[in-house]
Structure formats: structure tokens, C-alpha cells
Write a protein that binds this ligand. Structure first.
Ligand code: ATP
Ligand code: MG
Length: 183
């Protein structure tokens, strides 16, 4: 599984639709302070279902919408789309047969949020289920931010176990068992 492109529109500092291609396995984003580098990471977390404004460095969930600048008026909605290469079938379940997977989230000023998987409206849960076992979750280990290494090292055994189970691909089965037990 590889993230091939991120499309940002109305999200934080990215007011106009901005495609960010990720052409290789290693891509660097450079630029002066405040130019929007971390906003790209926030975007990935947000699409994957982050529901805490604090974890997106804001105060409310609608803070992700471009709120205007000296030259531009605020906009009414934010949208992000991630495009994944899934030719290895890592994104599983009913999506494993798709070579490309698109995950999209939009939000408007009223706070109404919408998720789409390959163009079809879905629940936040459908996205987490499809990506279970890939490590890509809003706070999964695919995004390693400042301070995270020491957090992992210092985490309690039961917290560490969550990371290990995800890396070992066990979390998918545990989640399925929980589902079955709930029924
Ligand atoms: P650094 O190198 O300091 O880490 P950075 O490139 O990571 O900087 P970001 O934190 O991604 O920068 O971007 C911060 C910029 O995004 C600020 O200029 C801030 O005004 C802008 N920004 C954040 N939210 C919004 C919003 N809702 N509307 C407009 N601009 C926003
Ligand atoms: Mg930054």
C-alpha cells in the first residue's frame, strides 16, 4: 500500500484545490516556517477520521476550514482526498481487489462531515475497518511525529501491545472477534 497523492481544498492554509503528488517511496517537504508542511500531515490524520480538534492543532473541528487571510475571504468547506496504490491488496476486505483506493472527507461550517470510500458515501467506521492492519489510523504508527518515539518507549505494556498487534496484523482478527461477540 502506498499513498500516491493528497488533494487538499479549503483545508487550513490550502485554500485553492492543491494536489500533492508523492511520486516515490521517499519524499521530502521543505519550506519556511508556517508555510503549511505540518498541515499536510494534519490533512492525512483528518481524512483517516481524527475527531479531536486538539490533535489537529485547532480548537474546534471547523478550524480546519480555511478562515481567510489579508488577501482571501474564508471558504465554506474543507475537503481532503487521499489516493492509495493498493496493488498489493494491503487494504483488505471487500476493497482488496481494487488497485486504487480513494478516501475522502469533507466538512462544512455547520460541522457536517462526510466520508467517501472510492466515491461512495460511508461511515467513519468503514474507513477504519478497511485500513485495519495497515497501521494507518489517525493516531497509528504510520505517522511518527515529534515526541512520539519517546512516547512509545515510555508507554505502558498494554499500550505497547496495541502497536505490536497492529504491526503483526492481529488487530484485524481481534476487532472481528469483538464484533462477533457484540452481536
Ligand atoms: P514549521 O516549519 O514552523 O513547523 P509548517 O510549515 O509546519 O511550519 P504549518 O503549521 O503547517 O506550518 O502551517 C501553519 C500555517 O497554517 C499558519 O500560517 C496558519 O495561519 C495557517 N493556518 C492554519 N489553520 C488555518 C486556517 N483554518 N485558515 C487559514 N490558515 C490556517
Ligand atoms: Mg510544522
Amino acid at each position: 500500500m502506498q499513498l500516491k497523492r493528497i488533494k487538499l481544498a479549503g483545508f487550513k492554509s490550502f485554500v485553492d484545490p492543491t494536489p500533492v503528488p508523492l511520486p516515490g517511496r521517499m519524499v521530502g517537504v521543505v519550506g519556511p516556517n508556517g508555510c503549511g508542511k505540518s498541515n499536510i500531515i494534519d490533512a492525512v490524520r483528518w481524512v483517516m477520521g481524527e475527531s479531536s480538534a486538539k490533535h489537529l492543532r485547532g480548537e474546534s473541528m471547523t478550524d480546519v476550514i480555511f478562515n481567510g487571510s489579508s488577501e482571501r475571504a474564508p471558504v465554506s468547506k474543507a475537503s481532503i482526498e487521499l489516493l492509495f496504490d493498493n496493488s498489493d491488496g494491503a487494504i483488505g476486505g471487500k476493497y482488496s481487489a481494487f488497485n486504487e483506493i480513494s478516501v475522502k472527507r469533507q466538512v462544512n461550517r455547520e460541522g457536517q462531515s462526510q466520508y467517501l470510500l472510492n466515491g461512495t458515501r460511508c461511515r467513519r467506521r468503514d474507513i477504519s475497518e478497511a485500513f485495519l492492519g495497515t497501521g494507518l489510523r489517525p493516531r497509528g504508527y504510520t505517522i511518527i511525529e515529534q515526541g512520539m518515539i519517546s512516547r512509545v518507549i515510555e508507554s505502558r505494556p498494554e499500550e505497547l501491545r496495541v502497536y505490536l498487534e497492529e504491526a503483526a496484523g492481529i488487530s484485524v482478527y481481534k476487532e472481528r472477534r469483538r464484533e462477533t461477540e457484540r452481536r
